[in-house]
Write a protein that binds this ligand. Structure first.
Ligand SMILES: NC(=O)c1ccc[n+]([C@@H]2O[C@H](COP(=O)([O-])OP(=O)(O)OC[C@H]3O[C@@H](n4cnc5c(N)ncnc54)[C@H](OP(=O)(O)O)[C@@H]3O)[C@@H](O)[C@H]2O)c1
Length: 272
């Protein structure tokens, strides 16, 4: 008798279909901040990967156009008005989405705001709204989602959009950086507690991407010069977030849990 395991017990399943493991067919994605920038790009990508997508934000007219475009290409999406700082509104949005699409099992906490200010010039309102949108809202959406998944005995994947500034800081971004670092730590805490329910929780930490949030600055000479000095020497392209997001959302990432994945061309390596 030998203790050597049989080949078929230890060998990896290399026959897995690499392309289908990244797909989201049969899943229901709930995306916050889907009306522009990163959230819009990833919501469209989730739909293309086969998910039924709940597009949420305050500018619901934009979401309705996106939902129409998704339907026109054979996908399924719905527009839901949601201010993520409204706790009861989150519950109502989940009720509406669950009734029409099913229990959300891919959650993208993407809604966020940035109000750059030096620490000594950051007023209470700026700190409060930054934490409410970037941190507390993602906490509440995750709690709502996870409660429903646990009750339904369903697996799921929660992805929190943090930032390179949640890893290292830059002058003038204290409130924003703190909100994203808090979200990164909450991500790890949830990952640890939810794993026994089959719910994975990860973060994506984008470097700089030109969106409505920062387009004015990156159009200035100062902004262009700043980008050139970052390690990648350029902003990311929104499509460069799709592969990482699909990895975390899909079964391709079934054993990835509690990580904050920088998608920044290596920018984080140069931060404190
Ligand atoms: N762009 C970057 O360089 C960068 C880098 C690192 C991290 N991020 C993060 O990426 C995420 C997306 O930002 P973005 O760059 O794509 O900026 P964006 O184009 O300004 O998008 C922000 C999104 O958040 C939504 N939002 C803001 N406040 C909201 C609220 N109270 N309730 C519901 N939705 C709200 C907005 O929708 P409505 O206004 O329609 O509600 C919008 O869809 C943010 O969390 C941001 O911090 C961005």
């Amino acid at each position: 008798m030998t203790n050597t395991p049989q080949a078929n017990e230890s060998a990896p399943d290399v026959a897995m279909d690499l392309r289908s493991s990244f797909r989201l067919d049969g899943k229901v994605a709930f995306v916050t901040g889907a009306s522009s920038g990163i959230g819009q790009a990833l919501a469209l990508a989730f739909a293309r990967a086969g998910a039924r997508v709940a597009l949420t934000a305050r500018r619901v007219d934009r979401l309705a156009e996106m939902a129409e475009a998704i339907s026109a290409t054979g996908g399924k999406a719905m527009a839901v008005a949601l201010d993520v700082t409204d706790r009861d509104g989150i519950t109502r949005a989940f009720d509406e989405v669950t009734a029409k699409l099913g229990v959300p099992d891919v959650i993208l906490n993407n809604a966020g705001i940035a109000k750059p200010a030096l620490f000594l010039k950051t007023d209470a309102q700026t700190l409060e709204s930054t934490m409410a949108t970037n941190f507390t809202a993602a906490w509440n959406v995750s709690q709502e989602a996870a409660r429903r998944l646990v009750a339904a005995k369903r697996r799921g994947s929660i992805i929190n959009v943090t930032s390179v500034l949640g890893i290292g800081v830059g002058a003038g971004h204290a409130a924003y950086s703190a909100s994203k670092a808090a979200l990164a730590h909450a991500t790890r805490a949830m990952a640890l507690e939810f794993v026994r329910h089959g719910i994975r929780v990860n973060g994506i930490a984008p470097g700089w991407f030109v969106t409505e949030m920062n387009a004015d600055f990156f159009a200035t000479e100062e902004g262009i010069a700043y980008l050139k000095k970052t390690p990648p020497g350029r902003a990311g392209r929104l499509e460069e977030l799709i592969g990482p997001a699909l990895l975390l959302a899909s079964d391709a990432g079934s054993f990835v849990n509690g990580v904050i994945l920088p998608v920044d061309g290596g920018h984080h390596t140069a931060l404190a």
